[in-house]
Design a protein around this ligand. Structure first.
Ligand code: GLN
Length: 304
């Protein structure tokens, strides 16, 4: 498979979409990013790397961080985790509170904000040094020790984080947060603020691409069955209320973030990441969705 040629073609084919969509601006620091950048990286299980565009530029991974947080929580808590968070697609926006009220404070899944805030609470409770342990785990997964939080982005989000604060309060009311709300939100925003490049994300997501390889990174261990189960949640819940559309058009498990990144993988084949800040109405990168759709069409490889 000539992945480099396929990526070059994708880069050419998405050019008409440059300028389409709106970058996230509810986090003030994200509104300052040049919205017309685009990068894409693919790494095979054999370790061959292919890239195009701004693939080495680091960007705010935002909700992609929820995958790493879930891996840690599953490793620490096992199946008990599901007492506090569900594993069904929500069919509503990532920051919706509607179901949370109706379902008495048990979030639908760990990839919507409410679910990830519960996961953040659990990690704060269980880890000795959550800030350090989380970033060390991500660095190890991505194979790069210089990956870091961006405290300016985290603080910028916290300063305007009224909706997430409302979600956290509702969770606390229903006894699904044990810690102090301010601390939990601070840690949640910090995890969202991690900056990584497409190349680093593609490498990190390779860890999920072969469940028979040992998953053991910085003391976080998942069994082969746990890796497969995480992948199922990425497939069904990874793209907010566009998970069905992503499955239809792309057919890979993955996770998006409002920074414009999408990380995904093709089981037994590759990890892939694409980034372009302009988003569609559902909060997914316009160019990112198109690039991955073209990838699975042109390679004729997807989970289906
Ligand atoms: N930090 C963002 C928020 O909580 C993450 C959302 C996202 O990437 N979908 O709103």
């Amino acid at each position: 498979m000539d992945y480099q040629q396929i990526l070059d073609n994708i880069y050419r084919k998405v050019q008409p979409l440059v300028g389409v969509g709106q970058q996230a601006d509810y986090i003030p620091a994200l509104a300052m990013v040049d919205p017309d950048q685009m990068g894409m990286s693919l790494e095979t299980l054999e370790g061959e790397r292919f890239a195009v565009g701004d693939s080495e530029t680091r960007f705010s991974i935002q909700s992609i961080s929820k995958v790493f947080a879930l891996a840690m929580a599953l490793s620490i808590e096992g199946e008990d985790l599901w007492r506090r968070v569900g594993r069904e697609p929500s069919g509503s926006t990532f920051n919706s509170m509607v179901l949370l009220e109706v379902e008495h404070g048990k979030p639908r899944n760990p990839f919507i904000n409410a679910g990830a805030i519960v996961v953040a609470d659990l990690l704060l409770e269980r880890l000795n040094n959550p800030d350090r342990d989380y970033i060390h785990f991500v660095r190890r997964l991505a194979g790069n020790d210089s990956i870091a939080y961006n405290p300016i982005v985290a603080e910028s989000e916290r300063s305007q984080g009224y909706l997430n604060a409302a979600i956290a309060n509702l969770l606390k009311y229903h006894h699904n947060i044990n810690g102090d709300i301010e601390q939990v939100l601070k840690f949640y925003f910090l995890m969202c603020s991690v900056e990584m490049s497409c190349g680093e994300l593609a490498h990190a997501f390779l860890a999920f691409a072969d469940h028979r390889r040992p998953f053991s990174y910085n003391g976080i261990n998942l069994t082969s069955s746990q890796v497969k189960r995480m992948n199922a949640i990425m497939q069904t819940c990874g793209f907010y209320d566009e998970a069905g559309e992503f499955s239809y058009l792309v057919g890979l498990p993955g996770k998006s973030g409002v920074g414009g990144g999408i990380a995904a993988f093709c089981p037994q084949r590759y990890g892939v990441a694409v980034w372009s800040p302009r988003l569609n109405k559902k909060g997914n990168s316009v160019i990112g969705m198109k690039a991955l759709e073209l990838l699975t069409t042109d390679t004729e490889e997807s989970i289906f």
